[in-house]
Each structure stands twice: as C-alpha cells, then as structure tokens.
Design a protein around this ligand. Structure first.
Ligand code: G6P
Length: 610
C-alpha cells in the first residue's frame, strides 16, 4: 500500500526521502514522488512506475533543499500516472500534501471547491485535501496547524497526512486517522513515515501517532497535538529490532529470507508462552478463568491470516468441542453478524492495519465483544484497539507474500486450542503433556525441512509451466490447501484452486486433464483412505499428483508420482510444517517463471483500503 516519508534537517532531503521510500517499496506501489522546499518555493517531482523512474528524473533535475515529503502510491482513485502521484500541490503551489488512506467524501468536497474556482489536475481524493487546506488556510488567522486541523475535521474516511507549506519551511505537519503514521526522532533532524523501516537507518526512537493526533515536526523538536490543539505528552517508543532484520541479509529475496527465518520465528512465538510445562497466555487475557467461560469462538481476518484462522477453527473444534465461526472480514462486517458478549472474538492480522479486519474488530467491540488480536506489529492500530493481543513475534515481514506470519499465527491458534481443551477438560493432563512435548519440537522440524530444499527446487523446475494447479486435502489439510494455493497464485501467477478433496468430483474434476498437476496434502490419517480414493479419481483422468506427506510414510509413493516430505508429527500440528514445502514450491515456481516474488503484481503488503 502507499508509503509516506518526510525529512527536515541539515541533509539534502531527497537523499533521505529516496532511501526511506526504498525501504517502503515492499508495501506495494505503482508511482512515487517527492516535494522539497527550495529557493522560496515547493518543487515537486513525481513519476509513474518504480522508484528508479523517479530517481532518473531527480538526476536530471536535482533538488538541494533540506525539508521535504515523499510518497509511494498504490492507485485507488485514478489510474497510476504522473499526475495522480503524490505529492499534490494546492492551487497556489504553496502547500504540498502526501496522503495514505481514502477520503470518502472527496466527491462533494471536490464539487464545492470547483464551484469556488479551484482547478484539479488529478483524479485523486488527495488533491481535494490540498485545495481544501489552502482554502481553509486563506480564510484563517495564519496558523497552519489550526488550518490542517480544521480541514481534517471536514474529511470522512482514513488518512495519514504529511503537509509542507512554503510559508512555514521550518516544519512538516502530520496527522493521522485510521492509517498508520510515525515520527522519527533524530539529532538536529526529524522524520515522518508511514512505517518504521523507513526511518530505521537513522533512528530507533519514534513516536507512534494515535488516532486523531497531529504533529508539528521541526528540525530540532517535535510537537504533538490532539484534535483540540492541546499539546500531548508522548512516550518515545524504542525500536528493538535491527535494520538488518528489515533487510534481506544475503538471501536473494525477502520472501526466501522469511521462509528460512521460520524456525527462529516459531521459537520466539512459543518460548515466552511456555512456563513449567504449560502454556501461559495470560498476557493476552486468556487466563484459565476466562477460557472456562468461552462458549463460542468467532474468527475474522483477510488473506493468509484468514487461512491461519481456518486451521484455528479446525483445531479448536476438534480439540475443544467449542463451536467456531469464521469469515473473511470484508464479508463478516456487512452481513450483520450474530455476536454475543460471551463470544471469544479473534482477529488475525500480520500488519495490524488491514482496513476490513480493523472494521470487523470495531464492529465486534460495538456489539460488546471482547476482542483478541493475533498480530505481528507492535503498536499497530489493531493491536491498540483490541482488548487483548497475542503477538506472533515473527519479526518484520517485508515480502508481500506472507510466510512466517502464517506459521506463527497457526502456532498461536495451536496454543489457544490446547489450553482451551485442557481448561474445558476435553483432554487429559497426560494427553496435554504429550501434545506439549511434540509441539515444542516443531521449530526443529521446520529447520529440518529447510536443510535441503533442492528436491523442491527440482519439482518447481518440473512444473512451473503448468497453467492450472489444484490443491486437494481433507480436514486440516484442506485448510492448509487454501494457503498453499494462495501462495502459488500470488507470486507465480499460475492459476490455482484449493478444493476439499471430496468436493472435487462435484464439478471441478471437469478441469482435470492429462498432465494437470494436483497437489495432495496427505497428513491427516483419519481421512487418508478417503483422500486416496480422491487421488485415484484424478490419476485415472491423467493428472500428475504431487503428494505432501510424512517422510516415513510409504503410502504416497504407491499412488503418486512426486512427493515433498515433512518430518513426522502429530496430525494436528502438520499444517505448520506442511506449509513450508508449499511456500518453497511457490517461491521457486515464481523464480523459474522470471518473476520477482517480493513484488507481486497488483498486490500490496498492507491493504488499508476497504
Ligand atoms: C494483503 C496481503 C496478504 C495478507 C492480507 C492480510 O492482501 O497481500 O498477504 O494476507 O493483506 O494482511 P494482514 O496484515 O491483515 O495479515
């Protein structure tokens, strides 16, 4: 999604802005631009396409000013073009604006401004803000902060805003509502950014702006205000993760690095929660007393996080005999869901910023539910608005295609399910201990899968030119198939479908033709015979079957032509291991097809629009 960077200080602003924007590339974008105050006025340079397009424009027309704002845009209102890129200038050229989010009432505001004689050069909602701010400022008392406040009060929707005004070149003004924004604190210089990695090379000290907060960022100090223009005394947040953690560290792509980082991430998710042979989830409000009262669980999320939720549903229902309802957040929020304050309501979000998930959280809270968030990003909006948070501790996930966030989200569900099952007396202490023992081996087993990935690389080289690939499985394998299939299509652009294996014959089997690849997830012993009947159904129609199963199982070899193996574990824990070969298969298919897995077309890491 869009990225914002701002800088004020002694350095050449464009150097810092371009570096920051480069670090935000992972958010997904289709155009970029900068605005710098220089020689008494604001200069704007922007370009459609990758940052390199902007870089070459800047080489031809270098800017030397010391205060500026920059932006990477992911088109929402208006196609990707130079004109629609940010920053946007007000009519007089005295105000430049960068904006993340969507101004929902932009159409009536635009009409009103046009009637007043304002001329628009773009189709964006953001340009409306630039003109509206100028209009408000010109009728005010010369206080730019107040003019920004008065203008944002007229907006409906979400915004993170950076404002530069040529009348006040000593400051950048920032404001946020429903879209993340931080202020980075330097020595004799300061920054704004939509995401921490943008400022990490320069500082680890940041202010996380809250809903409805504004900042006046000067080179030597920062002032934070609320919507009543009262000063806010904020705590500085010290970033503990390193720049290196946010960089590729020798791997060809962030995605590969993050796949390999999974054993570490899994250990970090598990270890703080195991105390004296028991899971302790009290930090997330999941005390024994609270768990005892749970009658129903409701899970909502988007994309990969929703597929982690699908695994969570199967685990909780199977282990705890507690009904679980799950829906993607974009559907959930509009179907007037039936909720009760007794429900355990869980939202799952890597970024903690996904607009639909956030809206679902707010809806649940409005209906009196206590919300538990499973998220990766500390200080994210979802983390702050949820009643309780279970952090995944996966570390920054940069690649658009989610990997370590998924495995750690699934681990969180496993811990919740096991603890809930014990507290509700659905499993004995002995069984719980047995599960715990096996659960603690999962990071080592993940590491083992990653020791030699050559067989998976070879399979990708064999199958990358397929046009359609089907994933089939039953029970937990079916939940996993959805994520495996999503991973493949996200980065390799191979069309793919995940089907419950037994459902295939009710329609989709019509698409099976000689040579078509069907990936069969084979980790659920209870339904294995049934699954093998389904495998035979596709084999007899000429399909090629690639099985994902336990390394010590010979069964797959009898019926299928190819396999990817995982170490033996309890069937309940298999998704967290079996997803790893599927991630690698998707990654190597993308490489074989010549695509950059870190920058999949049309996708964004964090989707902050609905
Ligand atoms: C985007 C990403 C997906 C991600 C989804 C939910 O669509 O491309 O990879 O699964 O958002 O993101 P979240 O941050 O809420 O987990």
């Amino acid at each position: 999604m869009c990225g914002i960077v701002g800088y004020i200080g002694p350095e050449r602003a464009t150097d810092i802005l371009m570096e920051g924007l480069t670090r935000l590339e992972y958010r997904g974008y289709d155009s970029a631009g900068v605005a710098v105050y220089e020689n008494g006025k604001i200069q704007v340079i922007k370009a459609r396409g990758r940052l390199d397009c902007l870089r070459s424009k800047l080489e031809g027309q270098p800017l030397y000013g010391h205060v500026g704002i920059g932006h990477t845009r992911w088109a929402t209102h208006g196609e990707p073009s130079d004109e629609n890129s940010h920053p946007h200038l007000s009519q007089s050229g005295r105000i430049a604006v960068v904006h993340n989010g969507i101004i929902e009432n932009y159409a009536p505001l635009r009409e009103k401004l046009m009637r007043k004689g304002y001329e628009f050069v773009s189709e964006t909602d953001t340009e409306v803000f630039a003109h509206l701010l100028e209009d408000t400022f010109s009728r005010g008392n010369g206080d730019i902060l107040k003019a920004v406040r008065d203008t944002v009060l007229k907006l409906e929707g979400a915004y993170a805003l950076g404002v530069l005004c040529s009348r006040f070149p000593d400051r950048i003004i920032a404001a946020r509502k429903d879209s993340p924004l931080i202020v980075g604190l330097g020595e004799g210089c300061n920054y704004i950014a939509s995401d921490i990695p943008a400022v990490l090379p320069y500082t680890r000290r940041v202010y996380l702006l809250e809903e409805g907060e504004m900042a006046q960022v000067f080179a030597d100090h920062v002032e934070i205000y609320d919507m009543d223009l009262q000063r806010v005394d904020k705590e500085v947040y010290e970033v503990t993760w390193s720049v290196d953690a946010a960089e590729r560290g020798g791997y060809a792509h962030f995605m590969l690095k993050e796949i390999y980082d999974q054993a570490r991430a899994m250990r970090d998710t598990i270890s703080p929660r195991v105390k004296e042979g028991r899971f302790n989830l009290a930090e997330a409000g999941l005390t024994d007393e609270m768990l005892e009262k749970v009658r129903r669980v409701v899970i909502t999320a988007c994309g990969t996080a929703s597929y982690a939720g699908q695994v969570g549903r199967s685990l909780i229902e199977k282990l705890c005999r507690v009904p679980v309802e799950i829906d993607v957040a974009s559907e959930f929020r509009y179907r007037d869901p039936i909720l009760s304050p007794e429900d355990l309501f869980i939202v799952v979000s890597q970024s903690g910023e996904t607009a639909d998930t956030l809206a679902a959280l707010r809806l649940a809270k409005a209906r009196g539910c206590k919300v538990l968030a499973i998220t990766n990003v500390v200080g994210s909006t979802i983390a702050r608005e949820a009643d309780n948070v279970l952090y995944t501790w996966a570390g920054p996930e940069i690649a658009v295609a989610s990997t370590k966030a998924y495995t750690t989200q699934v681990l969180c569900f496993m811990m919740i399910a096991l603890q809930l099952a014990l507290v509700k007396g659905r499993i004995t202490q002995e069984k719980y201990d047995e599960y715990m023992k096996e659960f603690l081996t999962l990071p080592d087993k993940a590491e083992k899968i990653l020791e030699d990935v050559t067989p998976i690389q070879k399979l990708a080289a064999r199958f990358f030119s397929q046009e359609d690939i089907f994933f089939i499985g039953r029970g937990l394998d079916n939940a996993l198939c959805m994520e495996a299939s999503l991973k493949l299509k996200e980065i390799s652009y191979i069309h793919s479908e995940a089907m419950p294996a037994g459902e295939l014959k009710h329609g989709t089997i019509a698409l099976i033709e000689p040579g078509r690849l069907v990936v069969a997830m084979c980790t659920q012993t209870a339904t294995m015979d049934k699954l093998f009947s389904n495998i035979r159904e596709v084999l007899t129609r000429g399909a090629v079957v690639l099985a994902v199963g336990y390394e010590d199982s010979t069964r797959e070899d009898e019926a299928t032509s190819y396999r990817m193996a995982i170490p033996r574990t309890d069937d309940l824990f298999a998704p967290v291991l079996a997803v790893i070969p599927a991630q690698l298969f998707a990654y190597y298919c993308a490489i074989q097809r010549g695509y950059d897995p870190d920058k999949p077309r049309n996708l964004a890491k964090s989707v902050t629009v609905e």
